[in-house]
Design a protein around this ligand. Structure first.
Ligand SMILES: [Zn+2]
Length: 329
């Protein structure tokens, strides 16, 4: 079986179009037409992970976090990103990332956290408005300039044709006019279509309920244990029971307003800074359990998703803990 067969399946679950505009999910290194020899699952494709893939004879690494986020200009191994890419290419290991597109789907990263915490009645915390795909044709010579103008507004896919490139820009409905204005200014024609099937099924974070309300301190202890967190950094307890819980794997601070607005008692996420903790403002308990700790069950999620469909190749969960943060107690 070819690598692309597995990638097509993963994209049917977490379409690349659902990733955030700053993201770089997809096949980052490698040839999707190669025969698949085995798959190694991880959160971060570090050098140790590529070495493990080579050792286990896997020619595909599937990671949650993309190893490359922005343009690389040199490949001389001066930083870990360059070294990982060089090692992967040299050893014929493909790297595929499934990041914010897996965060944003109903059965993705946050659903996994919710099930670990025993939440019921779960729904997306901050659903995206309708996504629009805008398609245009542009001469090769103008394509790069146009892509630069559109950067940060939406996600751009480029299909290179003989004389022209086709640009497909996926953007939230509320920002589609910005794209259209830029295209009109360039004198380009375009057509639009909706790409989101169901309202409320795509978006960030998740909110759900505990079967029974429990004291805050008991809930925080449960979170620490169930998520295998070394420590929980949290704001002042509010002396009320916890029933409604908001969660977001990784850096979820941008969802605090939604969590408070939807009446969550506690918001479990990561990457909070000192001043941001003040924003809890007596309305909610923020619990920061660490980035790796919120997301490490994504490896289990990848494994379950793949095993539901394929059993004809070796599939390994990494033996490495790639958390760059260590704790001293
Ligand atoms: Zn993350």
């Amino acid at each position: 079986m070819k690598i692309k067969e597995l990638l097509t399946y993963l994209e049917s679950i977490a379409p690349a179009n659902y990733q955030e505009s700053y993201d770089n999910s997809g096949l980052i290194v490698g040839d999707k037409n190669k025969e698949l020899s085995g798959v190694l699952l991880c959160l971060d494709s570090t050098e140790a992970i590529i070495e493990e893939a080579i050792e286990k004879k896997c020619n595909l690494v599937i990671a949650h976090h993309p190893i490359v986020f922005r343009g690389l200009k040199r490949f001389n191994g001066k930083n870990y990103v360059e070294r990982v890419v060089m090692k992967a290419i040299k050893n014929d290991v493909a790297i595929y990332a499934c990041h914010t597109n897996l965060d944003n789907v109903r059965n993705g990263v946050n659903a996994k956290i919710a099930s670990k915490l025993g939440l019921i009645n779960t729904r997306i915390l901050s659903p995206k408005s309708i996504l629009i795909q805008i398609t245009t044709q542009v001469e090769h010579s103008k394509s790069i300039k146009l892509q630069e103008a559109l950067q940060g507004i939406g996600r751009i896919n480029v299909l290179e044709g003989k004389e022209e490139s086709q640009l497909r820009i996926v953007v939230e409905n509320g920002r589609s006019h910005e794209v259209k204005n830029i295209l009109k200014k360039e004198g380009l024609s375009f057509f639009t279509n909706e790409i989101k099937e169901k309202a409320g099924e795509i978006g960030s974070g998740m909110i759900g309920e505990l079967r029974e309300a429990i004291p805050e301190i008991d809930f925080l202890k449960q979170v620490k244990e169930k998520m295998q967190a070394s420590c929980v950094r949290h704001t002042a307890l509010l002396n009320r029971p916890v029933k409604k819980v908001a969660i977001c794997g990784g850096a979820g601070g941008f969802l605090l307003g939604a969590a408070i607005g939807k009446g969550a008692d506690v918001f479990v996420t990561a990457d909070y800074k000192y001043h941001e903790f003040f924003d809890a403002d007596g309305k909610i308990v923020i619990a920061d359990i660490g980035h790796y700790e919120t997301e490490h069950y994504t490896i289990e999620l990848f494994s379950e998703l793949i095993r539901q469909k394929f059993t004809n190749f070796a599939l390994y969960c990494t033996e490495h803990n790639t958390n760059p943060v260590r704790y001293l107690f």
